[in-house]
Design a protein around this ligand. Structure first.
Ligand code: P1T
Length: 379
């Protein structure tokens, strides 16, 4: 099946008891057993729920994976992958990551004896010097949050495979519409489904998609044993959101392209970070591994300090100043004080996360209104 058809139908059949076309919200914590162990495949909703099961099949289909697992947040999905590791293991990851991922790695799992290397992943060969016999996992984001670095998934996967190291790709910024890391050699794809998959800023959820059965069993064990699984209402909302993923992503990309060009030409704007620019350091890789360039754009303001940046960020009428991304509505975010506040100043400034950096999640409103709003705010 092609992407749009999978987005609308994968994992979903008319409800067997009523014929309902939309998968019902099975709002139940538990299921009847005729005698102990004799049931219809569902025992207790922490482990299995029919609404969530339909969603997980759909999520797997979107990433061309055999298995999908839904979690109660993107961080819960990340947490489950980290729980595959043991004290003494080492992880190689990027130097530009969502602030919450950095916080979990450095302030939670580092205390359990796991060592993290936060490195420049713009060239896959940079990884080799950090690999040793303890390296168990490579964790990449591409495009990265918030500076839109592009990591060559195929290149990193080749190195990981040769050394028998697991590769997880956080595909939140691209969404499965723009990029499918498993097809490029990744073992696990992670999503904050809160973002493009949900698409309407009304639900927090995470997801893992993968092919290997043994790995799936290990992750399912963690999912059920630790219990960070989403409820049926949230599962329904994401299942519903996904039905328009392809339509929304097209509009995000179209609006993103126009806004990136507008910002690049604006006299008050300094750097603009967007992978669709031909002078982006990894443009050729972005073009190869992504189908389009998305609606996430970051930019710096010329001649603005923290106060000036705050003032500008508060001046928007259509863009909403808020954390998160990937919804139909346009958002503006100040990474240093919002999404990336937990990253030490030196580490974030080294990759360009500076006081006058702003990040846009370009929504699907009319482009003329978005450009007019940016114009009036920039002055
Ligand atoms: O918020 P949650 O669903 O738990 O997902 C965490 C997460 C993981 N990975 C990436 C790349 C992310 O961007 C996020 C969440 N990010 C934001 C809330 C944000 O505004 O950047």
């Amino acid at each position: 099946m092609k992407f749009a058809t999978k987005a609308i139908h994968a994992g979903q059949e008319p409800d067997p008891t009523t014929g309902a076309v939309m998968t019902p919200i099975y709002q139940t914590s538990t299921y009847w057993q005729r005698s102990p162990g004799e049931h219809k495949g569902f025992e207790y909703s922490r482990g299995t729920n029919p609404t969530r099961k339909a969603l997980e099949a759909c999520l797997a289909a979107l990433e061309n994976a055999r298995y999908g697992l839904a979690f109660s947040s993107g961080m819960a999905a990340t947490d489950a992958v980290m729980k595959l590791l043991r004290a003494g293991d080492e992880v190689i990851t990027g130097n530009d990551l969502y602030g919450g991922s950095f916080r979990m790695f450095s302030k939670v799992f580092a205390h359990y004896g796991i060592k993290f290397h936060f490195i420049d992943l713009s060239k896959p060969e940079n990884i080799s010097q950090y690999i040793n016999e303890k390296t168990r996992l490579i964790w990449i984001e591409t495009p990265t949050n918030p500076t839109m670095q592009i990591v060559d998934i195929r290149g990193v996967a080749a190195i990981a495979k040769a050394k028998n190291i697991l590769l997880t790709v956080d595909n939140t910024f691209a969404s499965p519409y723009l990029q499918n890391p498993i097809d490029l050699g990744a073992d696990i794809v992670m999503h904050s489904a809160t973002k493009y998959l949900g698409g309407h800023s009304d639900v927090v959820m995470g997801a893992l998609m993968l092919n290997d059965e043994e790995l799936y069993k290990q992750l399912w064990f963690i999912y059920n044993a630790c219990g960070a699984t989403p409820g049926p209402m949230d599962s329904f909302l994401v299942l519903r959101g996904i039905k328009t993923l392809h339509l929304r992503m097209k509009a995000h990309c179209e609006n993103g392209r126009e806004i990136a060009a507008f910002l690049k030409a604006h006299p008050k704007v300094g750097k603009v970070y967007w992978p669709g620019f031909e002078d982006h350091p990894n443009y050729e890789i972005a073009k190869k591994q992504m189908r389009d360039f998305g609606g996430m754009i970051s930019f710096t303001l010329k001649d603005a300090d923290l106060r000036g940046t705050f003032e500008l960020a508060s001046r928007f009428n259509v863009f909403t100043l808020a954390e998160s991304l990937g919804g139909v509505e346009s958002l503006i975010n100040h990474p240093v004080t919002m999404t990336h506040a937990s990253i030490p100043k030196e580490a974030r400034e080294a990759v360009g996360v500076v006081d006058n950096l702003l990040r846009l999640s370009v929504g699907v409103e009319d482009i003329e209104d978005l450009l007019a709003d940016l114009s009036q705010a920039l002055g």
